[in-house]
Design a protein around this ligand. Structure first.
Ligand SMILES: Cc1cc2nc3c(=O)[nH]c(=O)nc-3n(C[C@H](O)[C@H](O)[C@H](O)COP(=O)(O)O)c2cc1C
Length: 185
């Protein structure tokens, strides 16, 4: 379904916590990955690798390693047909030095932007996604053969939501609360 405008797309994207077993078409998945690849990053460092997990057995294991201690938290993840792990790569030296001087974690910001590019493109294609920051990183690294010294910053569960999956109204702080003009005080 094509969106009429960007804000409509932004409204439509929501964290999808139920998936059907309909597989994600490769061309659609790669369109989302392309949107992520084209994301901006500090000094154009592109400090990321998008690791696609689509082998059913492995998806189950990666999904299970994202479950919380109460078992219901993130239980849905293993039902998604695809999980994309975003691995943070070293940025350019200039970004690293700049980040140290300015006390900014540029690669973390970059990965967040790329992740949202992915999710918005997925939404436009009728797919559901959920970014996941809670997972057993050590276990995920073992499952995905990611070297210990690297960081898996985010997982994105991806797949089709059930037809009757409800669109939730966005719960957000008020516009006036989060937007200020010219002076913070
Ligand atoms: C960095 C990050 C980490 C998140 N981690 C999880 C998670 O582990 N499990 C989960 O169910 N949702 C997770 N979410 C989804 C948020 O809960 C969700 O974006 C927020 O409640 C707003 O709802 P919406 O995405 O439906 O608009 C995460 C979102 C972000 C941006």
């Amino acid at each position: 379904m094509l969106m009429k405008d960007f804000l409509e797309l932004v409204q439509k994207r929501q964290s999808n916590r139920k998936y059907t077993n309909k597989p994600v078409e490769k061309d659609k998945l790669e369109r989302c990955l392309e949107a992520a690849r084209l994301a901006p990053s500090a000094s154009n460092s592109q400090p990321w690798t998008f690791l696609v997990v689509d082998k059913p057995d492995l998806v189950k294991k990666v999904g299970n390693a994202a479950m919380g201690p109460l078992m219901s938290f993130n239980k849905f993840v293993s039902q998604a047909p695809v999980i994309v792990a975003i691995i943070m790569e070293k940025p350019k030296i200039i970004t690293e030095v700049g980040g140290r001087i300015k006390k900014k974690e540029y690669p973390l910001i970059d990965v967040g932007i790329a992740a949202e590019h992915f999710c918005l493109q997925a939404t436009e294609l009728g797919l559901g996604t959920c970014m996941l920051g809670w997972f057993d990183e050590k276990k995920e690294k073992e499952l995905l053969h990611v070297p210990e010294e690297k960081s898996i910053t985010l997982l994105i569960a991806t797949g089709y939501p059930p037809e009757n999956y409800k669109h939730r109204k966005k719960i957000r702080k008020k516009f006036e609360t989060v937007v200020k003009y010219n002076s913070y005080e």
